[in-house]
Design a protein around this ligand. Structure first.
Ligand code: CP
Length: 309
């Protein structure tokens, strides 16, 4: 099965079957990554360009590695060291990249909707690598893949997402993904960091972390995105935030004994999560990073493979 559209913009647009197809394909790619020689010729001659207007370690490097393992040519452009500094617009930058031969443009941008804009104007496939507070679809896909790998299934699980829900594109994409695949999602954080109306997307809202954790199968901790808000207007302060919403060993005991502890990274130990919790065997933080390569290989393959077909 290929994805319906030419682009991957968000999990809101994908059906449960498409999400399952990506996870299944990622399982095959994960097998490739266990080999001594991790390369397959699938995208030989194709060009994948990473265009990043915001900092990234995990997403950018894993897309680069994913493209290389599929034998595609790959280049990365950080907006801060490009002609964007001379005033070139996003669209002109992307058209320039396409004129240079890009088949896939992987875009991270601070504005929600920027990948959708490019998708309308480019023949190349566009993959959303995080757009403002909107979506981060490949992060959610790798999270779903990681839970499936550890638990064997997603249907019927209770997933508690805790932290800065308001500014989190990861929370939005995961909410779409987990609910489409039959899991129950709770969100928890200070009332100022919970977006109004999130219940309409299928989430149960909690303001007390202890209540949100009871019986959870997955505890997904988010970073406070302090770069996106005036901190003193949204939370009393980092110490108070850690006291009320930090995931400690004592709090984790309220969840299922084998509850997974997830975090998209980067992690601020001692703020949203205690260092000893991040080190537990049930914490999947490094696992998620590793799985990001397999999932991004699957996405590139399913989008490009469709074009071949
Ligand atoms: N999780 C995530 O998107 O990390 P990066 O910002 O390092 O890509």
């Amino acid at each position: 099965m290929w994805l319906r559209g030419k682009d991957l913009l968000g999990l809101a647009e994908l059906s449960a079957e498409e999400i399952e197809a990506i996870i299944e394909q990622a399982e095959a790619m994960h097998e490739v990554l266990k080999r001594t020689i991790k390369k397959v010729p699938t995208l030989r001659g194709r060009v994948v360009v990473n265009l990043f207007y915001e900092p990234s370690t995990r997403t950018r490097f894993s897309f680069e590695l994913a493209a290389k393992y599929l034998s595609a040519e790959t280049v990365s452009l950080a907006a801060g060291s490009s002609s964007v500094i001379k005033g070139e617009s996003l669209l002109d930058t992307a058209l320039t990249i396409e004129a240079l031969g890009a088949d896939v443009v992987v875009l991270r941008h601070p504005s929600a909707g920027a990948p959708a804009l490019l998708a309308r104007h480019l023949r190349a496939a566009v993959i959303n690598a995080g757009d403002g507070m909107h979506e981060h679809p490949t992060q959610a896909l790798l999270d779903l893949f990681t839970v499936k790998q550890r638990k064997g299934h997603l249907e019927g699980l209770t997933v508690t997402i805790v932290g800065d829900i308001l500014h989190s594109r990861v929370a939005r994409s995961n909410l779409w993904g987990f609910t489409k695949l039959g899991a129950k999602v709770r969100v928890c954080g200070p009332p100022t960091l919970i977006p109004p109306g999130i219940e309409r997307l299928g989430a149960e809202v909690y303001s007390r972390l202890e209540e949100a954790l009871v019986g959870a199968d997955v505890v997904y901790v988010l970073r406070l995105q302090r770069e996106r808000f005036a901190e003193r207007l949204m939370i009393p302060g980092p110490r108070e935030y850690a006291r009320l919403y930090g995931l400690t060993l004592d709090r984790l005991r309220l969840a299922q004994p084998d509850a997974l502890v997830m975090h998209p990274g980067p992690v601020n130990r001692g703020l949203e999560i205690a260092a000893e919790v991040a080190e537990l065997p049930q914490a999947t933080i490094q696992n998620q990073v590793t799985n990001g390569v397999a999932v991004r290989m699957a996405c590139l393959y399913l989008l490009m493979g469709r074009r071949e077909a």
